[in-house]
Design a protein around this ligand. Structure first.
Ligand code: SAM
Length: 243
C-alpha cells in the first residue's frame, strides 16, 4: 500500500498514462500505478546507485519488468523525447525539481501532465511553471507522519499566460488583507482559495521559523544580514496578516 503522499500523486496521473518517475528511489509509485491500471508503462529514473538497485529489486520482485523500465541517469536524461506523456518528480527540493526540468526541456515536448511534489521551495516550482507555459491545474496539501507536503499538478496550455495571470492575480481576503503576487507564489494560488487545517498548520509553523531566523540575524552587524532580517520581517508580517 502506498503512503498517503504517494497515493495522492498516483491519483493525479491521467488514466492509462505512460509516465516517468524521476528520482524514483524504491519505484513504489511506478509499481502501484501499473498495477492499478492507472499507467500502462513507466520509467523509473534514478541517478544514485543505491536507490537504483532498490528500484530494480522492487520491479523484479513485483514481476513488472515488462511494464516498468528502470534506468540510471540524471533527471530527464533517462527518457527519449515523446516516450512518456506524464512526468512525476517527488520528494526533493523545489530548486532541484526546477533544475531537472530546465536541463531536460527538449524531453517535455509531448508531455501533457507534470505532477510535482517539492519538499521545500514550492514557489520556485510555481514560478517555473508560469515562465514555461504550464498551467497549475491542481494543488493539494497533506500531512503524513508529522510532515506536511504539497503536490502540484500542471498541464501545458496554449492560453497558459492568460490563465496564469488570472490565477496569480492579487486579491483581497474577506478580512481585507491583500494576498500579493509574491504570497500567491509562496502559498499557492489554489491552496489559498480553499485553505484547510493543514494549510494553516504549515503557515503557522513557517511563521514561527521565520521569526526565529529573524531574531537570530537581528543583532548582526553585517548589512546583508540586516537586509535579510528586514525581508523576513516584512514576509512574516504579510503572512500574519493573511492568516
Ligand atoms: N520519488 C520518491 C518519493 O517521493 O518517495 C523518492 C524520493 S527520494 C527522497 C529522492 C530521490 O531522488 C533519491 O533517491 C535520489 O537519488 C534521487 N535524485 C536526486 N537527484 C536526482 C536527479 N538529478 N536525477 C534522478 N534522481 C535524482
Amino acid at each position: 500500500k502506498l503512503s498517503a503522499r504517494l497515493q495522492l500523486i498516483a491519483d493525479l496521473l491521467p488514466e492509462n498514462c505512460r509516465f516517468a518517475d524521476i528520482g524514483s528511489d524504491h519505484a513504489l509509485l511506478p509499481v502501484a500505478a501499473v498495477r492499478s491500471g492507472q499507467a500502462s508503462f513507466a520509467v523509473a529514473g534514478e541517478v544514485n546507485d543505491g536507490p537504483l538497485e532498490a528500484a530494480r529489486r522492487q520491479v523484479a520482485d513485483a514481476g513488472e519488468s515488462q511494464r516498468i523500465s528502470v534506468r540510471k541517469g540524471d533527471g530527464l536524461a533517462v527518457i527519449a523525447p515523446g516516450e512518456v506523456d506524464t512526468i512525476t518528480i517527488a520528494g526533493m527540493g523545489g530548486a532541484l525539481i526546477v533544475s531537472i526540468l530546465n536541463s531536460g526541456q527538449e524531453k517535455l515536448a509531448g508531455v501533457r501532465r507534470l505532477v510535482l511534489q517539492p519538499n521545500v521551495g514550492e514557489e520556485f516550482v510555481r514560478r517555473w511553471l508560469v515562465e514555461n507555459g504550464w498551467f497549475l491545474a491542481e494543488e493539494a496539501i497533506l500531512e503524513e507522519d508529522g510532515k506536511i507536503y504539497e503536490v502540484l499538478m500542471a498541464e501545458p496550455a496554449s492560453e497558459a499566460a492568460v490563465l496564469n495571470e488570472q490565477l496569480y492575480m492579487p486579491r483581497r481576503l474577506p478580512g481585507g488583507a491583500l494576498l500579493t503576487n509574491e504570497l500567491l507564489y509562496l502559498m499557492g494560488p489554489r491552496l489559498t482559495k480553499d485553505p484547510d487545517g493543514v494549510f494553516y498548520k504549515k503557515w503557522d509553523y513557517e511563521i514561527r521559523k521565520l521569526d526565529k531566523i529573524r531574531l537570530s540575524v537581528a543583532s548582526s552587524v553585517q548589512e546583508a544580514s540586516r537586509e535579510k532580517e528586514q525581508e523576513f520581517t516584512r514576509l512574516s508580517e504579510q503572512l500574519k496578516e493573511v492568516l
